[in-house]
Design a protein around this ligand. Sequence first.
Ligand SMILES: Nc1ncnc2c1ncn2[C@@H]1O[C@H](COP(=O)(O)OP(=O)(O)O)[C@@H](O)[C@H]1O
Ligand SMILES: [Mg+2]
Length: 248
Amino acid sequence: MAIVELHNVSKRYRLGDQEVNALTNVTLSIEEGVFLAIAGPSGSGKSTMLNIIGCIDTPSSGRVIVNGNDVSGQTPDQLANLRARTIGFIFQTFNLLPVLSAAENVEYPLLQFPELSREERSERVAKYLAIVGLRKYAHHRPNQLSGGQRQRVAIARALATHSRIVLADEPTANLDRKTGEGILRLMKDINRKNGTTFIFSTHDRRVMNMADRLVRVEDGHITKLGVQSESGWVFVQDKTKGEEDPEV
Ligand SMILES: Nc1ncnc2c1ncn2[C@@H]1O[C@H](COP(=O)(O)OP(=O)(O)O)[C@@H](O)[C@H]1O
Ligand SMILES: [Mg+2]
C-alpha cells in the first residue's frame, strides 16, 4: 500500500521578479514501510520534496496524498493534526529546544495529545529514550550532548508520537562519518522492527547506499528510481533509458 503519493507535483518559488522551479511534475508513490533515500546535489529539490510530503509546504500544482488523506482538501487544523499524528521530522541541525532536557524534548510533541495522561507520556519518553540508547541522558540538556546524541534525541522525539512516517532532511550532514552511519543504522533498525516508513534526504553516496529505495532528483525532476538488491541498485525507472514505473 502507498503511504505517500505525489501526482504531478510542481513547486515554484518567486524570488523578486524571478521564478525558481524547485520541483517540476514529480509523480511518485511510496510504499509503507520502506527505508527510502532522496538523493541529489544541493539545490536539486530534496528539502522541497520532504517539506511537501510533510505538509510543511504546499505545492504550486499537483496532488499530495499522505496516509490516505488528500492534503489539498484539508483545513489548516486538519493538516496540523495529520502532521502531529502521522509525521515525525528529523533535521540536519537537530532542532532541539535548548532549555529543555532530552526527556522534555521528547515529551514536548506529546503535550498536544489530550488523550495521553502524564504517566503515559513519561512511559513513552522512557521507552523511546531507551530505544535510541539514551536512558542515562534523560536529564541532559542539548548542549551537554554530542551531535550524535542530539540526533538520537530527535529520533526519539519523532517516534514518540507513534508517527507512521519519519522524514529526515540530511540527518547526517552535521555528523562525522562514523556517527552518521550509527544514526542511519539506528533508523534502519527501527524501520525493520516497527515498520515505520523512513524518508531521508542526502547528498552523500555512502548514506544513500544504506537505503532500500532510492529517488534520485536533479534540478527539480526525478531522474531515477532504484530498488536495492543483493548486487546493488536496480533502477526501475531511469530517465536516461526511457523506462517508466514510478512505484518504489
Ligand atoms: N523559500 C524559497 N524561496 C525561493 N527559492 C527557494 C526556496 N526554497 C528553496 N528554493 C530554491 O528551490 C530549489 C530547491 O531547493 P531545495 O529543495 O532546498 O534543494 P535541496 O534540499 O536539494 O538542496 C533551489 O534552487 C532553491 O534555491
Ligand atoms: Mg536541502
